[in-house]
Design a protein around this ligand. Structure first.
Ligand SMILES: [Zn+2]
Length: 83
């Protein structure tokens, strides 16, 4: 997954903000507060970072889901062996 290097709309550079933005979200900060504190004021730039964060989150959720599903499958086969 490539973080946005520039705003999709106005072309402002955003790549240098991505790591901090992501770290703030992972620390439980809200998207709005993280963007405010990083000084991202233009709506188009906020939207670019927010859209990317949402996309990254979906990918992360998907990989969690996949790990859980694999664990269920492993438990299932383990249960069959054990009976
Ligand atoms: Zn912009």
């Amino acid at each position: 997954m490539l973080p946005p290097v520039r705003c999709f709309t106005c072309g402002a550079p955003l790549g240098h903000l991505w790591d901090q933005f992501k770290a703030r979200l992972e620390a439980g900060e809200s998207v709005g507060k993280a963007l405010d504190e990083l000084g991202v004021k233009r709506y188009c730039c906020r939207r670019t970072l927010y859209t990317t964060a949402t996309y990254v989150e979906e990918l992360a959720l998907y990989s969690v889901y996949r790990r859980e599903r694999e664990a269920v499958i492993r438990r299932h086969f383990h249960g069959v062996e054990g009976s």
